[in-house]
Write a protein that binds this ligand. Sequence first.
Ligand SMILES: [Zn+2]
Length: 133
Amino acid sequence: MGKLNFKISEFIESDVAKKNSINNFPDIQSLDNILNLIVFCMQPIRDLINAPVIITSGYRSASVNKLVLGANNSQHLTGQAADFIVKGMSPSEIIAVIKNSKIEFDQLINEYNRWVHVSYNSVKNRNQILKIL
Ligand SMILES: [Zn+2]
C-alpha cells in the first residue's frame, strides 16, 4: 500500500462551522466511518486520478448540516460521505473514471455539475450513480 494523501482534519474542518462557532468534531462512530471512507474510497480515487483531490465538505454535525441545507438523512452526518473537486476535471469526467474502476462506493452523485458527492458504507454499498441538477 502506498501513502495516504488525506488527513482526517480535511474531512472535519468546516468554514461554516468556524464562521458560526459550531463544534464540528465527530463522534467515535463517525470517525470510524471517515477512516473507512478515506481508506476504501477516497484514497483509491486519489490513486486512480493521480491528481490532488480537494474535499469541499466532509463530516457535518447536525447544526452544520442544517446551515448548509443538507438532507435530514445525509450521509455527511455520519462521516460516510464527502464532496470533492479535482482541478481540470468536470464532475462527469471524474464519475466516468470511477465508474470504470473497481472502486466500491455507496453513492456517487454529480451535484449541479459543480462537485462530486461520494459515500461509502462499510456494511453494504449500493453502487448507485446519480445526478442532481
Ligand atoms: Zn455531499
